[in-house]
Design a binder for this molecule. Structure first.
Ligand code: SF4
Length: 265
């Protein structure tokens, strides 16, 4: 059994069998048993507001231009060929309850030929969500202008003065600013979100909410170390972070600054 199927089995109890046939026929090359390269595709299911939603996560690249110490993305891995991923999506489509893909990473806007790939994914009938760190506003702008993205989720790592500390690199804050503006102006569905990493306090959360004041949706994600995954800097796993209860309390101060959102369970 390929690694891909194992991942699916772990994440989701029933749909893997539904998708298994798709894995076996025409799935992107390189992986065991003809499956996609390790880490390329994951399937997750969540329940929001009583409604169950399904996501096919595509990790086309593990490259990232940030180096967040608390990052739990998979280690560097081979990038799949985009035509092979398309072939996989084509086969998987009829078996998916909801034709939607989420592009994640790494930073997916670093992927070459992204707009061409997304136009083809769109032509197959998929809705497209993009997760981004907001460092490449020109790419977001072009994708939104061409109507290639239905929803965007942008990470806000920290308030401006602490951005480098939490992204692990010297970030161009103007680029982050331009991404925030472009998403707010042009995306029909979006959220800004913060993983409340160790060391971030309630004043930091308030400063970030102030930064995006009036945004449609802001979500706080409690910091958790995912099972079976390491962090870029393992010492961060031992550090204290705000509890979900504290975040819910903090949210009562933040809520008036934005139009929606909350603390993700
Ligand atoms: S958490 Fe940071 S380093 Fe990891 S993928 Fe996201 S932006 Fe890149």
């Amino acid at each position: 059994m390929g690694r891909f199927t194992e991942v699916l089995r772990r994440v989701e109890g029933t749909l893997p069998e539904v998708l298994e046939a798709a894995v076996g026929v025409g799935a992107p090359g390189a992986g065991a048993a003809g499956g996609p390269p390790e880490h390329t595709v994951e399937y997750s299911r969540s329940a929001r507001g009583g409604e169950r939603s399904c996501e096919l996560l595509l990790r086309l690249t593990s490259r990232c231009n940030q180096d967040c110490p608390f990052c739990s993305a998979p280690p560097p891995h081979a990038e799949p060929s985009l035509p092979a991923v398309m072939k996989f999506l084509d086969k998987a489509l009829p078996r998916l309850p909801r034709p939607m893909v989420t592009l994640t990473g790494g930073e997916p806007t670093l992927q070459r030929d992204l707009s061409l790939f997304l136009s083809e994914v769109r032509a197959l009938g998929f809705a497209i969500k993009l997760d981004t760190n907001g460092s490449r506003p020109e790419v977001l702008d072009a994708l939104l202008e061409r109507g290639l993205v239905d929803a965007l989720a942008m990470d806000l790592k920290a308030p401006r003065p602490r951005y480098a500390e939490y992204s692990g690199v010297s970030v161009d804050l103007d680029a982050i600013e331009r991404s925030i503006c472009c998403i707010r102006e042009s995306a029909s569905e979006y959220e800004f979100r913060t993983t409340v990493a160790p060391g971030l306090g309630v004043p930091d959360l308030e400063a970030m909410a102030e930064w995006i004041r009036g945004a449609r949706r802001y979500v706080l994600q409690p910091f958790r170390v995912p099972a079976e995954k390491g962090l870029v800097d393992p010492s961060w796993a031992e550090r204290d972070s705000l509890s979900p209860a504290t975040l819910r309390e903090a949210w009562t101060k933040i809520a008036p600054l934005v139009r929606g959102g909350g603390v993700r369970a």
